[in-house]
Design a protein. Structure first.
Length: 383
């Protein structure tokens, strides 16, 4: 599936999912265009488009990114890309996912006769569409030798052009994933007002130290922390930074996390799932330049909480558990609703659910989690 993905939105991923289901595809390769003959893209860099693509598909195991066109020089034509794909995957059948508007232009592609021998086209159509123009285009392309299968998809109104217009007006569209939206907001792309001045280098650095899935989670937590901060009147800048960097040490070798953390507790030192929060607190200060103690504290207590958790601590803790990219689990939607209404009650519920989960798995429960829960329960509601 090729395209400029400028930016990638839910319409693209829904289109890919519909085509995958229809043709029983093993995987869908998203291939952002490098230098197509019909478009001139200057608003964002190729790397930024690629990062947004990674964020949008990070949680889908059968969706894969490709740099095949991005890393090539000169004007790029589909016929050349398809030849390379066939060479790299000689035993695979190659399908080319397109929208119905593209169907009418296939015979205008360079060396289209060869293109028709290299792939089968999956034309994604709106389920309710019936028009003579499409039927005539389908007949014409098949007569020219194109192999075409049709894919029906429910109507989803999204376009990259409209999204760019909304962003330039300071509107964050709901047709892009929260992680992609956070990336745009942090980097100030497409004319959207940047969340924080100078945050882009942090984002770039984080993207090189985390897997695409973890990076998408970090940006999803950032987006959800901002959502909760706005509802509950917390500092937006602090919530943005704490959400973005809460897992900045996660994925580092255990020994490095131990050195960063300075923890003395043997149970914490032996567990990366516990250690990365205190290690992240130190890393955020030393390597990301965070000097705000409130942000550092929120990062340090996002796994097992702390005594007397403040509003930012609770927001960061909850955003980590309920960001929109989280795999669904029992009670998630209810917890999100509760978090909008009462941070303290939501953190208590989240911690209690964690304890139930750990006990069911017969896993060791660190006393800090139990102590944090007791501390929260002793406080007055909304206190």
């Amino acid at each position: 599936m090729g395209g400029s993905f400028n930016p990638i939105h839910f319409g693209h991923t829904k289109m890919a999912a519909a085509a995958q289901k229809c043709a029983d595809l093993e995987r869908v390769v998203f291939m952002p265009s490098g230098n197509p003959p019909h478009k001139n893209m200057t608003e964002v860099t190729n790397e930024q488009r690629y990062q947004m693509l990674l964020l949008a598909i990070a949680k889908e195991k059968t969706f894969a990114p490709s740099r095949l066109e991005l890393d090539r020089e000169g004007v790029i034509y589909s016929v050349d890309t398809l030849k390379l794909l066939k060479k790299e995957n000689p035993k695979s059948a190659v399908y080319f996912i397109i929208g119905e508007d593209t169907l009418h232009d296939l015979n205008k592609w360079r060396d289209y006769e060869t293109v028709f021998t290299l792939c089968t086209f999956l034309v994604v159509r709106r389920e309710t569409d019936t028009n003579d123009s499409y039927s005539e285009g389908l007949r014409k392309m098949r007569a020219l030798g194109a192999r075409i299968e049709e894919v029906a998809m429910p109507l989803f109104d999204a376009s990259s052009t409209e999204i760019r217009t909304q962003l330039a007006q300071g509107i964050m569209p709901d047709t892009i994933s929260p992680a992609v939206g956070a990336y745009i907001g942090l980097c100030g792309l497409y004319g959207y007002p940047a969340y924080i001045e100078g945050a882009a280098p942090m984002v770039d650095r984080l993207s090189t130290t985390q897997s695409p899935s973890l990076f998408a989670h970090s940006l999803g937590v950032c987006a959800y922390a901002r959502h909760l901060a706005e509802i509950h009147g917390a500092d937006m800048r602090e919530a943005t930074l704490a959400g973005l960097l809460h897992d900045c040490a996660k994925g580092l070798p255990l020994k490095r996390q131990q050195r960063l953390s300075g923890a003395q507790d043997a149970d914490i030192l032996s567990s990366s799932s516990l250690l990365h929060s205190s290690a992240g607190e130190r890393l955020a200060k030393d390597e990301y330049g965070i000097v705000d103690e409130a942000v550092l504290h929120a990062i340090g207590c996002h796994t097992v909480g702390a005594q007397a958790m403040n509003k930012l601590d609770m927001i960061t803790y909850l955003a980590d558990k309920i960001e929109l990219g989280r795999k669904p689990y029992e009670g998630l939607d209810a917890l999100r609703r509760l978090a909008d209404e009462d941070l303290r009650a939501a953190v208590i519920q989240a911690m209690e659910s964690t304890l139930v989960y750990l006990r069911a798995r017969k896993e060791k429960i660190h006393h800090s989690l139990s102590d944090s829960l007791k501390s929260l329960k002793r406080r007055k509601p909304n206190g």
